[in-house]
Design a protein around this ligand. Structure first.
Ligand SMILES: Nc1nc2c(ncn2[C@@H]2O[C@H](COP(=O)(O)OP(=O)(O)OP(=O)(O)O)[C@@H](O)[C@H]2O)c(=O)[nH]1
Ligand SMILES: [Mg+2]
Length: 459
């Protein structure tokens, strides 16, 4: 998962601070030295790191921190805020022209994800009741047009293309007219990629730019390429005046360098993040949410948004009540799994829940869809009573369950142990987030944003 290394390093630094009742200047310096290393290791641009650290230090040695009863928490708050600022502060929205169509031009190196992202963006716009038109502007790679057409068909968005012999500039020109004639309010132009930034490509992009006067020039960069992505962004920006960046492949194990450096280096905000190959794996980029994800504090807001559009509210309410009262049974567990599956890949979900990402590493719990199938088989092999009273599942029952589900005794033991742990964590978590909890300022802010009652993810 993205940022794993960075997250665990930062959590290590902060857990040392958190325990302290008083923090000395030496403690702050030591912590900042470690944060600096963690960022460098995550492939963040060194100038960006330097500036970041000096900003955090300036605030962290201030009176407020030293006088606080929870200085560690205050420092985490400061880092969180600076990380957010580093990625642009607040969400940078997609442009909307008051003389439609809004023209969005995609640019980027080969394989960065331009074509896929064009289609994903069309899908997002469609959901927002827009009428996008996709434009097949890559005439060089065989099958590039076909690729876009297939994607367009899948999401029911029209794709504009011209027969062989027409230049990308001509295609763009006619597409713009077509959009005007047909009432398309967004024109999404897919362009060709090159292995490197070269003059010929830039010239073509400049011409398309000239003729369509885009409202957005989005550079699509592969987050997996770290610093390189930032260099690419810089040279594209010099030639094309980018208006935004789309970071793709954030579902991979990218270290974080691109996400954390690109805004600071180029001045271009990250507007979208792509987290998978599927057509709906594109999200508006929220700096503050990304910062808390990086700090391992989860991303409750995104999860809540996802949940709200996918999950049955009444069931979720009932589930929350059970969790709070520690009445959670294996039946509920199955039910919960069904609901969770609707949200998307399970390891992405885990990372959005505060503490879960860390737990995943610590306990070496492998969560994948296959494993979920096995877990389901085990639970289905339990009797009605066993599901309701997990505590009654003794050794001989476990053996029977293992045989019945085609798994091993070790599998069953592990699941029951995890289930107990999960129940305990839920309890802790709900106490922590509850009205009487003494959560950090940040937790309270999050709660405030999420609204009353949204204390557990699934509602
Ligand atoms: N895992 C993952 N794969 C992605 C993501 N975005 C794109 N891809 C994959 O990356 C590959 C390249 O994507 P394309 O959209 O064809 O890239 P492109 O920039 O149009 O490439 P060219 O047209 O050859 O320059 C495809 O296999 C995509 O499925 C993402 O966010 N996550
Ligand atoms: Mg392409």
């Amino acid at each position: 998962m993205a940022f794993e290394g960075l997250t665990s390093r930062l959590q290590g630094v902060f857990s040392k601070l958190r325990g302290k009742g008083k923090v000395s200047e030496d403690d702050v310096n030591e912590a900042m030295r470690e944060v600096r290393l963690a960022l460098l290791e995550a492939d963040v641009n060194f100038k960006v790191v330097k500036e970041f650290i000096s900003k955090v230090k300036e605030k962290a040695v201030g009176k407020e921190v030293m006088d606080s009863f929870t200085p560690g928490m205050v420092i985490i708050d400061i880092v969180n805020k600076e990380l957010t600022d580093l990625m642009g502060g607040s969400q940078a929205k997609l442009a909307k022209s008051n003389r439609p169509p809004t023209v969005v031009m995609m640019a980027g190196l080969q394989g960065a994800g331009k074509t896929t992202t064009s289609a994903k963006l069309a899908k997002l716009l469609l959901k927002g009741n827009h009428r996008p038109l996709l434009v097949a502007g890559d005439i060089y790679r065989p099958a590039a047009i076909k690729q876009l057409q297939v994607l367009g068909e899948q999401i029911k968005v029209p794709v504009f293309s011209l027969p062989e012999g027409n230049s990308p500039v001509e295609i763009a020109r006619q597409a713009l007219q077509h959009a005007k004639d047909n009432g398309n309010d967004y024109l999404l132009i897919d362009t060709a990629g090159r292995l490197h930034v070269d003059e010929e490509l830039m010239e073509e992009l400049r011409q398309i730019h000239e003729i369509t006067q885009p409202d957005e020039v989005l550079l699509v960069v592969d987050a997996m390429t770290g610093q390189d992505a930032v260099n690419v962004a810089e040279s594209f920006n010099q030639q094309l005046q980018l208006t935004g960046v789309v970071l793709t492949k954030l579902d991979g194990d990218t270290r974080g360098g691109a996400a954390l450096s690109v805004k600071a280096v180029t001045g271009c905000p990250i507007k979208f993040a792509a987290l998978g190959e599927k057509i709906d794996a594109l999200e508006p980029f929220h700096p503050e949410r990304m910062a808390s994800r990086i700090l391992g504090m989860g991303d409750m807001l995104s999860l809540i948004e996802k949940a709200q559009s996918n999950i049955d509210a009444d069931k979720a309410k009932e589930m929350e009540r059970k969790m709070r009262n520690a009445e959670f049974t294996f039946d509920d567990f199955l039910e919960q799994m069904d609901q969770v599956k609707k949200l998307g890949p399970i390891d992405q979900i885990m990372d959005m829940i505060p503490g879960m990402g860390k737990m995943k590493q610590m306990k070496d719990i492998k969560v994948d869809e296959k494993q979920m199938g096995r877990v389901e088989a085990i639970v289905h092999s339990m009797t009605k009573e066993e599901k309701q009273n997990p505590d009654m599942i003794n050794h001989s029952r476990r053996k029977r369950i293992a045989a019945g589900s085609g798994t091993t005794l070790a599998d069953v033991n592990r699941l029951i142990k995890q289930f107990d742990e999960m129940r305990r964590m839920m309890k802790q978590f709900s106490d922590m987030m509850g009205p009487k909890g003494k959560g950090s300022k940040l937790m309270k802010q999050m709660q405030g944003k999420a609204g009353k009652g949204m204390r557990f993810p699934f509602r």
